[in-house]
Design a binder for this molecule. Structure first.
Ligand code: ZN
Length: 112
């Protein structure tokens, strides 16, 4: 596992303040395309939903892997993979944190 410095950027909407994971082109809350300067997100998140993919497919040979929807403490939700997961003990609401983007640009999370 290549470890890069965890850096997750967010931008908040100039008109309604909703935080989005960067890059974003329009605010999903109000439709505005005006954003404040990028901010650093903490990477702290909780699991909103998760699913395990057991079948390898082209480009994704490393099955099984777990896809999670992570809700960041700053508000936005981000789709990513959970590393070193245990299916039986993974539940909604589990605390995780952003670790790095893999070589495909997929956000990788690990347990907090
Ligand atoms: Zn907005």
């Amino acid at each position: 596992m290549g470890k890069s410095h965890p850096s997750l950027q967010g931008i908040s909407c100039e008109s309604c303040g909703a935080v989005h994971v960067s890059p974003a082109w329009a605010c999903s809350a109000c439709g505005s395309d005006r954003f404040e300067e990028p901010i650093s997100l903490s990477g702290k998140a909780s699991i909103v939903s998760h699913t395990v993919v057991r079948r390898p497919s082209p480009g994704f040979p490393d099955a099984p892997y777990m896809i999670v929807v992570a809700k960041l403490v700053e508000g936005p939700e981000l789709l990513g993979w959970l590393q070193n997961f245990e299916i039986a003990s993974t539940t909604i609401g589990d605390q995780i944190r952003f670790d790095h983007f893999d070589h495909r640009g997929i956000p990788q999370f690990c347990r907090a």
